[in-house]
Ligand binder design. Structure first.
Ligand SMILES: CN(C)c1ccccc1CNc1ccc(C(N)=O)cn1
Length: 250
């Protein structure tokens, strides 16, 4: 997967590239991440990258010419590197809310150019002319688009085949097929008098699989009933959920 990043603070992305799943995927060349900094296109003495908003008001916007140059170069390189036209994404509170389905769509969308805004954002005409999709990681305001960009890149990169060690762990991931994750346990067998559920020590893999699905269904019902609204449960899932509800009826 090819990802270009347009950001004034490319060094922030070390958090993504220097370690962990995405870092290893870059090493293994499953993912390639390249950066363009609008400041490199500044021509004035002060190398300015921000500009004043028409209509006045507090704060600045990203300077149009340096930003557009960076986006165009990244777009160009994406096409050169992959032969495909990239999807240019902008992170902002006004964007489509990112969820696992969205991450799956992005992982399958071919090359991406991710634009991280700073200051109070970017000129609307640049959004209209240079941005294909606006995305938001949630309903809150951050001081820049870099952290949201890293969240989006990580969520999508994990889903690229071969990025995770054992591929099935991405499949088993919580929010997989729209359910919350089941509880997990590791050594020691007893913590503060609390034991690991017997089924997990039984070696009965069918029972373990069933228990985990039941727990996912039950926890989803308890914590995020909205996630169950939009989906049909098959007979087995409905049975497991009913069992869970009976066991947890107060
Ligand atoms: C400075 N701000 C508010 C701003 C304004 C417009 C665009 C980008 C930014 C950068 N900040 C962001 C970016 C994304 C998200 C999100 N929810 O995905 C939250 N904050």
């Amino acid at each position: 997967m090819w990802i270009g990043v347009v950001s004034l603070f490319p060094e922030m992305f070390d958090a993504l590239t220097q370690q962990g799943v995405v870092g290893r995927a870059i090493e293994k060349q499953r993912i390639s991440l390249e950066f363009w900094n609008p400041r490199d296109y500044a021509t004035d003495r002060h190398r300015s990258v921000d500009d004043r908003p028409y209509g006045g008001g507090p704060g600045m916007l990203m300077k149009v010419d340096t930003l557009r140059s960076a986006i165009h170069e990244a777009r160009e390189r994406a096409h050169q590197a992959t032969g495909l036209v990239p999807t240019v994404i902008y992170l902002s509170p006004q964007g489509r809310k990112l969820d696992q389905k969205g991450a799956q769509a992005l992982a399958a969308a071919g090359p991406l150019v991710v634009v991280a805004g700073r200051y109070e954002g970017i000129d609307e005409r640049v959004v209209e002319s240079d941005i294909d999709e606006e995305w938001s990681i949630g309903d809150y305001v951050l001081s820049g688009g870099e952290l949201p960009a890293m969240v989006l890149i990580d969520a999508a990169a994990r889903l690229v085949p071969g990025v995770l060690g054992h591929q099935d762990s991405a499949v088993e991931d919580s929010f997989n097929d729209g359910l919350l994750d089941c509880p997990h346990y590791t050594r020691p067998e007893v913590i503060d008098g609390k034991h690991v559920p017997d089924v997990l020590l039984s070696g009965n893999h069918a029972a373990i699989k069933r228990w985990r699905l039941k727990q996912s269904l039950g926890r989803t019902w308890q914590r995020r009933p909205d996630l169950l609204e939009g989906r049909e449960l098959n007979a087995e899932q409905q049975l497991l959920l009913n069992e869970f509800i009976e066991e947890h009826a107060l």
